[in-house]
Design a protein around this ligand. Structure first.
Ligand code: APR
Length: 170
């Protein structure tokens, strides 16, 4: 059975099989965690991303990690928050589900997620965290799932929200 935990760290420093990038549909980089991952991975990451021809919101695509300690990067595109009545919850859940499904096909054993959509895309943190925990718990028992799944929080505040969500068994 997979283990699921939350830590506070810079995701680009994690020496896991895979880290997940909160990208945009162009997959051509940006700010936030996207900018940090591209900066740490080096220019080869952007070169490979260019070959992927973008990624739809809720979907996920995989590249190498290049200069990152992680071997792979799974790029997923979270929804922009528009108030909650534009299918945001389902699209955010799909980011976690599709990223893990892609990880399973690449026999990835350890993976870290940032708090997708809760930065520039404005998704309220508590709601996004509940979706992240629920979505991962729904699939983590399936075959070939990574054995180690980590929610990588960038701040103490985010970590506290994730830890509270992990303690709830809903
Ligand atoms: N390690 C871990 N988490 C990080 C890091 C990092 N180095 N840098 C930022 N974060 C956190 C943010 O604090 C936030 O909690 O990642 C979470 C997601 O925030 P964003 O990076 O802003 O991503 P998102 O809200 O999904 O917006 C995506 O922003 O950077 C652009 O190109 C990106 O257009 C896309 C949009």
């Amino acid at each position: 059975m997979s283990t699921l935990r939350a830590i506070q760290a810079d995701i680009t420093t994690l020496a896991l099989d895979c880290i997940v990038n909160a990208a945009n549909e162009s997959l051509l980089g940006g700010g936030g965690v996207d900018g940090a991952i591209h900066s740490a991975a080096g220019p080869q990451l952007l070169a490979q991303c260019r070959t992927l021809r973008g990624c739809a919101t809720g979907e996920a695509k995989i590249t190498g990690g290049f200069r990152l300690p992680a071997r792979y990067v799974i790029h997923t595109v979270g929804p922009v928050w528009h108030g909650g009545n534009a299918g945001e919850a389902e699209l955010l859940a799909a980011c976690y589900r599709n990223s893990l499904a892609l990880a399973a096909t690449h026999h990835i054993q350890s993976i870290a997620f940032p708090a997708i959509s809760t930065g520039v895309y404005g998704y309220p943190l508590a709601a996004a965290t509940d979706i992240a925990v629920r979505s991962v718990r729904q699939v983590m028992g399936q075959p070939d799932m990574p054995q180690e799944i980590v929610f990588c929080c960038f701040s103490e505040r985010d970590l506290a929200v994730y830890q509270a969500a992990l303690l709830r068994q809903d």
